[in-house]
Design a protein around this ligand. Structure first.
Ligand code: ZN
Length: 151
């Protein structure tokens, strides 16, 4: 990765970390789950509002955590709106692979490409959990679980 690109990525992460999007409790959330990453101290709640077919009408979150965790949750909730449950899980798979190199290399849709700014965590194993915590929590919420921990 070039230094310019690294700097740009840093800026995007800091911006989302400082001004997280969708940072509020959801009106009429149907599903919610709590995520905990004791290694770093990240704690958040993901709120999902699903329609009768399981499509994500609205997504938001609350909590506290490091810039990477907040940025990841901020971008994720933005991208989730209007997606089906299947699409949300597909996005999780793609993002998980991007951060860990594990699992199948899932093609990212063009509008999900922006998540690549977070893929730098691959070089920092302890940061991977920060970036993926909101996603694990989202998948838990989707499947009706209420709590997950990275430990
Ligand atoms: Zn963290």
């Amino acid at each position: 990765m070039s230094d310019d690109l690294r700097e740009l990525y840093q800026e995007v992460i800091l911006d989302h970390g400082k001004n997280p999007r969708n940072f509020h409790e959801s009106d009429g959330a149907t599903n919610e789950a709590r995520g905990n990453n004791p290694l770093c101290g990240d704690q958040l709640v993901i709120y999902l509002k699903l329609d009768a077919d399981g499509n994500v009408e609205d997504a938001s979150f609350l909590g506290k955590g490091c810039a990477i965790c907040m940025a990841s949750a901020s971008m994720m909730t933005d991208l989730l709106k209007g997606r089906s449950g299947e699409e949300a899980k597909h996005m999780f798979d793609a993002f998980h692979h991007m951060c860990t190199g594990e699992g199948d290399d899932v093609e990212l849709e063009e509008d999900v490409e922006k998540l690549k700014v977070l893929s730098g965590v691959r070089e920092f194993p302890t940061r991977v959990k920060c970036a993926t915590l909101p996603w694990h929590t989202m998948v838990a919420a989707l499947s009706g679980e209420n709590e997950i921990s990275t430990e």
